[in-house]
Design a protein around this ligand. Structure first.
Ligand code: SAM
Length: 307
């Protein structure tokens, strides 16, 4: 598997210190960091990746979990997931379009419609990667609103930050954070929290859901867009054949990385199905939870509220 070294982007720092104090962060941005960037994004130059505060807390040392179909030690999983997304970051958007025949754009559009986002609102997009959702939210909330694009992975966040800055999104902060703890964010600070195709990569999903509830304002909503369980059996077989053969092959040809795309297919199968995830949201304290299947359940959008 390739391991692209990512040079940190040299975005000119034109912001004043007061611009950098986001109302959602539990501490101000350090001096000299690019606007909206919570910590300096490091270059991974070996197989150990810099993970943000709150990652690898070693609470579950000795336990095992799954990384795709592989059983790994819990404390190893974050590094393995980090390796995947450092490797695919630069080709991520292209691969997304090719693998889904562009349909991921429709899934995301549906999720945005379900978000009910309005002008002036505060939005957190967790595991936001290259920023597809954050870019639309930035426009929808307008200059009085605010969006945080957050991810655990500096390579993905770099791509997202460059893209959104190029698109003129001036109301977006870029913050490295682990979904499990969302450590940089204050309680009760967002009207809307989203996580799109990110939750299945998170080791401790229960902790992540509890953190999402914590940072939402009362009345706020969570949207989870994620691969799920196809509801039509014959279609399921076709889908399996496509995922386990075509995806790694495309990964090899386009990104020179079949292993990461094998992980993608396997991680989808290991993710909780629609009803299980709804139950997990309810257990975490979300209310009025529901879900909508898209493309015969290949993907589902789960919604829940903090009341
Ligand atoms: N949300 C984007 C989208 O829909 O195109 C990117 C999704 S990408 C498949 C999954 C993202 O989850 C990656 O950017 C990865 O770095 C991020 N991720 C994985 N584990 C995470 C964690 N524990 N906390 C936050 N982000 C995580």
């Amino acid at each position: 598997m390739s391991n692209e070294n990512q040079t940190p982007t040299t975005t000119p720092n034109t912001a004043t210190q007061s611009d950098k104090v986001s109302p959602f962060l539990s501490s101000p941005l350090p001096e000299g960091t690019p606007q909206g960037q919570q910590t300096s994004l490091q270059t991974p130059n070996d197989n150990k990746y810099t993970l943000p505060k709150g990652a690898n807390k070693n609470e579950h040392v000795g336990e095992t979990t799954h990384f795709g179909f592989e059983t790994v030690r819990t404390e190893e999983k974050e590094q393995k997931v980090a390796h995947v997304f450092h490797s695919v970051a630069k080709k991520y958007d292209l691969m997304n379009d090719l693998m889904s025949f562009g349909i991921h754009r429709l899934w995301k559009r549906f999720a945005i419609q379900m978000s009910g986002v309005r002008r002036g609102q505060h939005v957190l997009d967790i595991a936001g990667g290259t920023g597809d959702l954050a870019k639309v939210f930035s426009r929808e909330v307008g200059s009085q609103g605010h969006v945080v694009l957050s991810d655990i992975n500096e390579s993905m966040l770099n791509v997202g930050r460059d893209r959104l800055i190029d698109a003129g999104c001036t109301n977006v902060d870029f913050v490295l954070a682990n979904a499990e703890s969302l450590e940089p964010f204050e309680d009760n600070s967002f009207d809307l929290v989203t996580i799109s195709f990110g939750l299945r990569n998170v080791t401790n999903k229960e902790a992540a859901l509890e953190s999402m509830l914590r940072v939402l304002k009362p009345g706020g909503r969570l949207l989870i867009l994620e691969f799920s369980k196809p509801i039509f059996e014959p279609f399921s077989k076709l889908y399996d054949a496509y995922s386990f053969t075509a995806l790694p092959l495309m990964g090899k040809i386009i990104a020179n990385d079949s292993e990461s795309y094998k992980y993608l297919a396997e991680s989808i199968r290991m993710h909780p199905d629609q009803k299980t995830l709804k139950g997990m949201m309810e257990n975490a304290g979300f209310q009025n939870c529901d879900y909508h299947n898209l493309t015969a359940g290949i993907v589902a959008v789960h919604r829940g509220f903090k009341l």
